[in-house]
Design a protein around this ligand. Structure first.
Ligand SMILES: O=P(O)(O)OC[C@@H](O)[C@@H](O)c1c[nH]c2ccccc12
Length: 272
């Protein structure tokens, strides 16, 4: 099974609920603990994992994830170390590696993609490679069966969305709010998700600002095929005595939020 097929199967098999995709920073707080956090996420019901490779200048990362990346690098995390974490987790769930283009260029695009595929990765998210510059990377990913996941935002115009949607592999990552990653209140994403879904034949996942089981349930009710939760879980990994147990507990809550029928937020509920 190629990485692209592995991702498709995970979305299709998510028990008819939206797929749950936790983000974790590879090597945070250290490599072994990040592997245990990934295992705990899968045990708790994650359908896919987004695994960050730490980078010194992460322009799309909000403060929590940026701090985790800095700490991971200070603790000695390397790209090779995170690829080993990927290899340990990939037999259990599709792993989508998330990093920045300089990490790829440091060893050459083809070599990086080849090593990611050997580590069992199912896909790549590289937010600083725009569509216009993605041909070489996409060709390398296609040759290796890896999904090069496209990112779209509320500000992406329709004609661009159509081009991105046509080239999308694995799933489209829809950024719920413009800006960097982080816990915040999001609005109704249903119009945005409907626009993105019209542009593509692959599943559409929503991320940025989804933190609670209620947020996750609302994203699914708005039409997301998958929900991505990053900063909330990375913050728990930073604060907890036992990061793997605490992140697993939160992921179990998120999974339960997705399994439950959506709450009727439009009807007057008794207060107190
Ligand atoms: O942290 P949030 O708001 O829950 O959003 C997920 C996000 O962190 C994760 O997908 C991610 C981390 N770094 C990124 C860079 C670009 C796009 C996405 C990401």
């Amino acid at each position: 099974m190629t990485g692209i097929e592995h991702i498709a199967a995970a979305f299709a098999g998510a028990d008819k609920r939206a797929a749950l995709m936790p983000y974790l920073m590879g090597g945070f707080p250290d490599l072994d603990t990040s592997r245990r956090i990934g295992d705990a996420c899968i045990d708790a019901g994650a359908d896919l994992l987004e695994l960050g490779i730490p980078f010194s200048d992460p322009l799309a990362d909000g403060p929590v994830i940026q701090a985790a990346g800095t700490a991971a690098l200070a603790a000695g995390a390397t790209t090779d170390g995170v690829l080993e974490v990927c290899a340990a987790l990939a037999p259990r769930a599709p792993v989508v590696l998330m990093t920045y283009v300089n990490i790829l260029l440091a060893r050459g695009i083809e070599r990086f993609v080849d090593q990611a595929a050997r580590a069992g990765a199912a896909g790549l998210i590289v937010p600083d490679v725009p569509l216009e510059e993605s041909a070489e990377l996409r060709d390398a990913c296609d040759a290796a069966g890896l999904a090069l996941v496209a990112l779209v935002a509320p500000t992406t115009p329709d004609d661009r969305l159509a081009r991105i949607g046509a080239l999308a592999r694995g799933f489209v990552y829809t950024v719920a709010v413009t800006g960097t990653t982080g816990e915040r209140r999001g609005g109704d994403a249903s119009e945005l998700l409907a626009r993105v879904k019209r542009s593509t034949s692959v599943p559409v996942a929503l991320g940025f600002g989804i933190s609670t089981p209620e947020d996750a349930a609302r994203a699914a009710a708005d039409g997301a095929d998958g929900v991505i939760v990053g900063s909330r879980l990375v913050r728990a990994a930073a604060e907890a005595q036992d990061p793997a147990t605490e992140v697993g507990r939160l992921v179990a809550e998120l999974a339960a939020g997705l399994a439950a029928p959506p709450a009727h937020t439009d009807s007057a509920a008794p207060v107190g």
